[in-house]
Write a protein that binds this ligand. Structure first.
Ligand SMILES: *Cc1c(COP(=O)(O)O)cnc(C)c1O
Length: 428
């Protein structure tokens, strides 16, 4: 069988056209029409005033952290991180790229536990964190696997109450939206029952998306920062191109980066944008086939709360606790015991690998990562994750029992049946 990927790029031909156009007209550097169009189209689609196209989602997160730091604490000196000595509340169960930029700038990530209902930041744990550290002024939050936070409005209220800014990592959730009952205007899609569906990427003081190779649409790489503040968009664009001042020579009065998107890569992204909704439809079909196909097993799909519309980027499942076979994970290895009627993520992942199918464990929570071992982790019960020697946090439970299934848009129904069949065999 051909390899079934977790999530590989799906090209259509338009991408080639805009890349060729860039080469034909010799605009192959970090200036050009593809970049301008991508910034305009993505900001428009999401509903933000300004988009700044950057070399990656991680670069966008880094510049978001710089902007937030400048706004909160004043500009950083060249040799000091802008968050030096400051605590920042961060999503715990996410990709390391969400939180690393806080560390690049000398900030201290404090990890906030996850909720079972949406697998995103738990607002109760966030409240607890503010009880313990009331002076924190920045929150970095991700929408995991394309399912938006179901508690975004609540989290915004908590942030406002403490005068904190929010950096929204929508790298995985481009095209996903949240129902907001209290608004009905703008370019947001209004509904008959009142309220409107608002795209992820609208909820941060600074928001970011990614065009990395396995995301819902891709440029092979690339990212974008979104904001409604013209001056901050200008600053971000300047920093991303080495922070040159308007002078006859290379004059530097701020610290700069080489983070701008290439016009060639922007051509690929420009060609992908018209296919965003069809990619989402394809991913939804994959998710629904899994839901139907796995219905008779003691497992659930990743949760989708009623007030959000995911982009279904990755289909995930979680095994019910009573159906887990013994599974032990060390830092780099794992062991499990094949048990009749039960299974575990590592058994399923290795069974899939044997037939050339790519699954993946859930993002290992940041509070379990050795690189962040001495950082604080907060659940709704308070600091730490042990109570009477028992694990009580949600992140490590979802990590232990959950996995990402092959979610490629080019997987056929027949191929997906094989995947579903393999999962069934693991429970035999
Ligand atoms: C992919 C991803 C990023 C990073 O994006 P890059 O473009 O690969 O730098 C950040 N956060 C999350 C949650 C991601 O999945």
């Amino acid at each position: 069988m051909d390899k079934i990927w977790l999530s590989s790029p799906t090209m259509h031909g338009d991408e080639q056209y805009w890349v060729d156009e860039a080469i034909r007209t010799n605009w192959v550097s970090t200036v050009g029409v593809n970049i301008d169009e991508v910034e305009k189209l993505v900001a428009q689609k999401i509903g933000r005033k300004y988009g700044v196209a950057l070399s990656s989602g991680t670069a966008a997160l880094h510049l978001a952290v710089r902007l937030a730091g400048d706004r909160l604490f004043g500009p950083a000196l060249a040799y000091h991180g802008v968050l030096e000595g400051k605590k920042v509340f961060c999503s715990d169960m996410t990709f390391a790229a969400t939180v690393n930029p806080v560390s690049y700038e000398g900030g201290e990530c404090v990890f906030i536990d996850t909720g079972y209902d949406d697998w995103n930041m738990d607002p109760e744990a966030l409240e607890k964190a503010f009880d313990i550290y009331p002076d924190v002024k920045l929150i970095v939050l991700a929408h995991l696997y394309g399912t938006p936070s179901a508690h975004m409005e609540e989290i915004r209220k908590i942030a406002d109450r403490h005068g904190a800014l929010i950096i929204e990592d929508a790298a995985e959730s481009l095209g996903a939206s949240i129902h907001i009952p209290s608004i009905s205007s703008g370019n947001r899609e209004s509904t008959q029952s009142g309220g409107a569906w608002v795209q992820t990427g609208c909820f941060g003081d600074y928001s970011i998306v990614s065009f990395n190779g396995n995301k819902i649409i891709t440029g092979s790489s690339g990212g974008m920062l979104l904001t409604d503040d013209m001056e901050e968009a200008r600053k971000c664009r300047k920093w991303s191109t080495q922070a040159r001042e308007d002078a006859p020579w290379y004059q530097h009065e701020e610290l700069g980066y080489n983070y701008r998107l290439s016009n060639v890569i922007a051509g690929i992204i420009r060609g992908q944008i018209p296919y965003l909704s069809s990619h989402i439809e394809g991913k939804q079909t994959v998710w629904e086939r899994y839901r139907t196909g796995l219905r008779d097993l003691p497992v659930s799909m990743n949760p989708i709360p009623a007030n959000v519309r995911p982009n279904y980027w990755l289909s995930c499942m979680i095994i019910h606790s009573e159906a887990m076979c013994p599974q032990i994970r060390s830092e780099r290895g794992n062991l499990y015991t094949d048990t009749s009627g039960k299974s575990c993520p590592d058994e399923i992942l290795s069974a899939l690998m044997k037939v050339n199918c790519e699954g993946r464990p859930i993002w290992k929570p940041m509070h379990l990562q050795p690189v962040y071992r001495n950082h604080t982790f907060i659940t709704k019960a308070g600091i730490g994750r042990l109570e009477n020697g028992m694990r009580i946090d949600v992140s490590s439970d979802v990590f232990e029992r959950g996995l990402c299934l092959p979610s490629d848009n080019k997987m056929t129904a027949g191929e997906q049946e094989i995947v579903i069949d393999i999962i069934h065999r693991c429970f035999k």
